[in-house]
Design a protein around this ligand. Structure first.
Ligand SMILES: Cc1ncc(COP(=O)(O)O)c(C=O)c1O
Length: 420
């Protein structure tokens, strides 16, 4: 490690020692979070996270570490549930999620991750043999597998486009695949590979005109954008709370627009899925399904975990969804500009167009194997994600509100010193 990097790294480590003696800051105390001029003090926000400073964490796109308020809420709930036996209701979380994204409560089913929501969407749409689904060639396995599975079971066709570098290119790529058999557009809002942002509102508008259902993999769209699902205009949207929302691992939700809800079939059902059933020696039938999206969400749930989602939404709202989106964009631009200094060492795969990127930047080392450079970053105590998908062989950097420009500078210095 060269001297300048060591000095910087020591600063980071000193930060940890200091953060352990600073009392926990409750985000409710706004004076500490907001500076006198009304700007947010992001260093104070960072102190709400127990995330270790022994290592720089640039992998929020895989998992978002929670702030203290989320962890405390879960711990308290576990204690309370086991003291009282009241293991019960998750209705407050349905309410929080609905308000957070501007949906109706009837449109939200809680899930345990994005993939579960995608399975609900993929198997819920009525389709017949030869119907077509549009997807892209940069799918995460969590979106690819459910739709491939559905296509295999019902002899459907999946038509695929390669993501382009601008919103216009992506819109025209999708338009060129639409025909009279297209039933669903099942693409991510933001693919895990390059972090490109697809223009979902425009795509949903095109789909609506042609009676095509939009079923969006929104793993990276909640907690990043100041998301208004109503104005996005999609039919269905599956997301998780354990990435950008900074909620507990194993929590998520699926939004199903009221307009389409009656047509979406529930494949897996149980308690709360029905509006009545009979099973005795004379009669055996389902009398009806729950008319709300609650029919996809059944059985006993981990209330403590879902209470952590409530706390994560409070945390976001206390800072402000727009302020969070602005900070994410600021860090993304800072990183993007920094990486542009190294045209001989790496190719940036994420589009330059600012409207087509948000929270992640991927680059492919030119003269070094991506896994080897991933190993170097690991040695330097920088946590990133390697991207083997779609043969990209790249490194993905994701940045969230707990990251700083100093951490990005450190990464850039490592690239300067150690990437050939
Ligand atoms: C684009 C995308 N879709 C789906 C998933 C799967 O998410 P989950 O683990 O919440 O099911 C991920 C996870 O990284 C993802 O990046």
């Amino acid at each position: 490690m060269d001297t300048s990097r060591r000095v910087f790294f020591n600063k980071l480590t000193i930060g940890i020692a200091a953060s352990t003696i600073i009392p926990r800051i409750n985000l409710q105390s706004e004076e500490q979070i907001f500076l006198k001029n009304g700007e947010i003090n992001w260093d104070e926000v960072r102190k709400n996270f127990p995330l270790s400073k022994e290592r720089i964490y640039f992998n929020n796109g895989t998992f978002g570490p929670s702030p203290n308020s989320v962890i405390e809420k879960m711990k308290n709930q576990i204690d309370e549930i086991n003291a009282t036996g009241d293991y019960g209701s998750t209705s407050s979380t349905i309410n929080s999620v609905a308000h957070f994204i501007n949906a109706e409560e009837s449109e939200i089913a809680l899930t345990h991750n994005t993939t579960e929501g995608i399975n609900i969407m993929a198997f819920g749409v009525k389709m017949k043999a030869d119907d077509e689904i549009i997807m892209c060639s940069h799918e995460h396995v969590g979106n690819a597998m459910p739709w491939l599975n559905r296509a295999k079971r019902d002899h459907l066709k999946i038509r695929v486009f390669d993501p382009g570098n601008t919103r216009e290119e992506n819109i025209s790529a999708i338009k060129s695949l639409i025909n009279s058999k297209t039933r669903v557009i099942a693409i991510p809002h933001i693919p895990c590979t390059t972090g490109i942002v697809f223009p979902i509102a425009e795509i949903a508008e095109i789909a609506r005109e042609k009676n095509i259902i939009t079923a969006i993999d929104g793993a990276h769209g909640v907690g990043t954008f100041n998301l208004d699902i109503r104005s996005l205009g999609v039919d269905m949207y599956a997301s998780c709370c354990h990435k950008w929302l900074l909620g507990p691992a194993g929590t998520g939700f699926v939004f199903i627009n009221n307009a389409i809800l009656p047509d979406i079939e529930a494949i897996h059902v149980g308690a709360y899925s029905d509006s009545g059933w009979k099973l005795d020696t004379k009669e055996q039938e389902i009398l009806g399904f729950n008319p709300t999206a609650h029919r996809f969400f059944y059985g006993t749930q981990g209330k403590a975990h879902f209470s952590g989602v409530d706390a994560a939404i409070d945390f976001h709202q206390n800072i402000g969804s727009q302020e969070i989106e602005d900070r994410i964009r600021f860090l993304n631009n800072y990183l993007y500009q920094g990486l542009q200094q190294f045209p001989k060492k790496l190719d940036i795969l994420t589009p330059k167009e600012s409207v087509s990127r948000l929270a992640m930047v991927s680059f492919k080392p030119k003269n070094t194997d991506y896994k080897e450079f991933g190993h170097i970053l690991n040695e330097e105590k920088i946590r990133v994600r390697q991207v083997p998908e779609s043969g990209l062989n790249a490194i993905r950097i994701s940045t969230h509100i707990y990251n700083s420009t100093e951490e990005i500078d450190y990464l850039l210095k490592v690239i300067e010193d150690r990437l050939k």
